[in-house]
Design a protein around this ligand. Sequence first.
Ligand SMILES: *Cc1c(COP(=O)(O)O)cnc(C)c1O
Length: 395
Amino acid sequence: MTDVKTTWIDEEIAGLKEKGLFNTIRSLSSPQGAWLTVDGKRVLNFSSNNYLGLANHPRLIDAAKQAMDVYGLGPGAVRSIAGTMDIHLKLEERLAEFKRVESTITFQSGFTANLATIPALVSKDDLIFSDELNHASIIDGCRLSRAEIIRYAHGDVADLRRQIEAAKDRPGRRLIITDGVFSMDGDIAPLPAICAVAEEYSILLMVDDAHGEGVLGEGGRGIVDHFKLHGRVDVEIGTLSKAFGAVGGVVAGRRVVTDWLRQRGRPFLFSSAMTVPDAAACLAAVDLLEESTELVDRLWSNADYFKQQMNALGFDTGHTETPIVPVMLGEAPLAQQFSKRLFEEGVFAMAIGFPTVPMGKARIRVMNSATHTRADLDQGVEIFGRVGRELGVIN
Ligand SMILES: *Cc1c(COP(=O)(O)O)cnc(C)c1O
């Protein structure tokens, strides 16, 4: 049905399709894991952020079921009005112990954790120094704060320092924000150097460790643990929706900050808490990660193996330092064609193009996971090789 009020949307969508940028969303009829059922077909999964396989882990599922017998399903209202369930408080205590910080506060998602935190820390007339490749939820949080956003070149601490110097005489509070792991390239922020600059100029420092939570650091304790910067990063944002296998967000750091977010974090005050099964599953995830580093170790050895095999075939995997492996292809239509052929051959791996990555830097992004066996990885690499030769990407 055509309607003049929305013809502009039809035109936009047609434009996306023409440029190979229209995103077709697959529907799954199986849990997340190494293999998925997509449209009735079994495919090898290289697309999810289920780094450790916790999205379908029996211990998390059991914990969620048991908690629902005690607490029911939903939190009923926002925590500041309906009261906070003790299961949420317990989760926050356990996350603080796990991450070796003073305190944590949970949110509905990593996205809302950013929307809560940034406007609570800076406002109009203040300054934010933000890495140019920061995640959309950071960008939106920055915009909501109404502070001036000063972008610095990606991962470039010298540029960060230049920007801070240039704004030296401006009034107002200051905040430095960076992703911990950059999700499209898999590179890690130079946090020790950023931290030194933040300390030198006495500027608040915030890192969004969504792709580092459960992945980096001892047993998945995150980027602050990875770099041994305990106590030196003011605010660490994390997600419980990736490696943790459920859905939720967390802010970890100094108690003064989490106390403040309980008073001024708008998604805390105006949106309901994580659900009971999510909170219970995350508690079980913390227990599991504290008991053993086995899953985290397997994730990394899988990722190392996959990268090695792909590089041996001649694929360009960019400058990743984590289990995120971009397979660089260049133009978006080629990446879409590649992804489509992979799917026909039984591999589910997403093409990513503009505006998620710059023009001409389209890629297939492979997400490694502890759930893959060596045989899975060999099969995936073999199919990548076949499609890569067919499309002239490798020889
Ligand atoms: C995925 C991601 C988020 C959002 O996390 P959700 O819990 O899915 O809302 C926030 N920040 C970064 C850097 C991310 O990669």
